[in-house]
Structures are given as C-alpha cells and as structure tokens.
Design a protein around this ligand. Structure first.
Ligand SMILES: [Zn+2]
Length: 194
C-alpha cells in the first residue's frame, strides 16, 4: 500500500513538472516574440517633443516602416491591425512608467492612467497630452468607433470608447505591440506605483 502511494506521488510529480514545462515553453515563445518587437531599431526610443505639447509630424516611407518594425508592429501601426487580446506583456505591466509609440518613441500614455479593463488590451483613461494622439471616426467593420493614432508618425494605436472609469469616463484601448514601456526609474522620473 505504501509503495502504491509513493508511486501515485511520483506520477503526480511527473504530471506537475510536465505542466510546468509546457507553461515554460509558452513563456519562452512569448519572450522571443517580445524580443523581436523590442529589437526593432526604431523601437525602445523615448523621444518626447522638444517643447512639451508641441508635436512635429514625421512622414516616413512605407519601406522605412517595413524595415524598422516587426511584422506584428507593422500590421498594427501601419495597416490598422489589431493584436490578439491577452497577448501583449504590456497588458499586465504594473510598474510606474511611460508607454511610448513603438514606431517613433513619442510618450503616449502613463502608468498613472492605466487601469484593468478586463479586455486583454492595455487600457488607459487619458493620454499624457491630448496633443500626442489624434482621434478620427472609424466606421469600418460595421461599427462606429473612434480610432486613436500617434500624432507624430500617424501610427495606429487603437480606439477610444466612452465606457472608461473616472475622471474622464474614457477607455483608450491600445494595442500593446504598438507601444514600448519605459520604467520611470530608467527615465529618472517619479510616478506613483499602482
Ligand atoms: Zn509614433
């Protein structure tokens, strides 16, 4: 009987370690994808305007973006694509810091205004500066939505909906692959930890 229960324990341990391994593989795949995105030469830039609130637009060629963005980032930023929900590591990013446009480095959102929307996409109740995003009516796919783009490079970020929390009542639903995250400590700025 004793050896039977030891055998059961062993089987259980093997099952648990197999489950851990498969999760480990998922994690590895995700970090590889993240690495691809983060290795973009354009990405990882933190490039606020020389004068706060004043954005100078840039107009790069399609070839430039194809060369400098990962295929996922290109699809979202330049072709108005949408990433699969719950796939971006930025959805669970809880540290204090700044979310920048993955294409041009413009700071778009702060951790101060990030909230858990349950949608699987990083969500904010307002941008860092209204001048840093453009908002346009989007009537594609039989829906009437408001598209949010980077005001500097025109990169598609996501949409804004009127069902967010206080104080604005807005929900900026943003594709994680369209942004990069810079921790406040790396930038030498102080933001409240959430
Ligand atoms: Zn941009």
């Amino acid at each position: 009987m004793r050896s039977f229960s030891i055998l059961l324990s062993l089987l259980f341990l093997i099952a648990v370690s197999a489950a851990c391994n498969s999760q480990g593989q998922v994690a590895t795949t995700m970090s590889e994808e993240t690495a691809t995105v983060e290795n973009n030469p354009v990405a990882f830039k933190y490039d606020p305007p020389a004068e706060a609130g004043k954005v100078t637009t840039v107009d790069e060629s399609d070839d430039y973006w194809r060369e400098n963005l990962s295929s996922q980032a290109y699809n979202v930023l330049r072709e108005d694509g949408t990433e699969r929900s719950f796939t971006s590591p930025l959805n669970d990013e809880k540290r204090a810091g700044i979310f920048t446009c993955a294409a041009c480095g413009l700071p778009l959102f702060s951790s101060d205004t990030k909230f858990e929307s349950g949608t699987g996409w990083p969500s904010f109740y307002e941008p860092i500066d209204a001048a840093y995003v453009t908002q346009d009516e989007d009537v594609r796919y039989g829906m009437r939505r408001v598209e949010v783009s980077c005001a500097r490079c025109g990169g598609h970020q996501g949409h804004v909906f009127p069902d967010g929390p206080k104080p604005t009542g807005l929900r900026y639903c943003i594709n994680g692959v369209a942004m990069n995250f810079a921790p406040a400590t790396d930038l030498g700025i102080e933001l409240e930890e959430k």
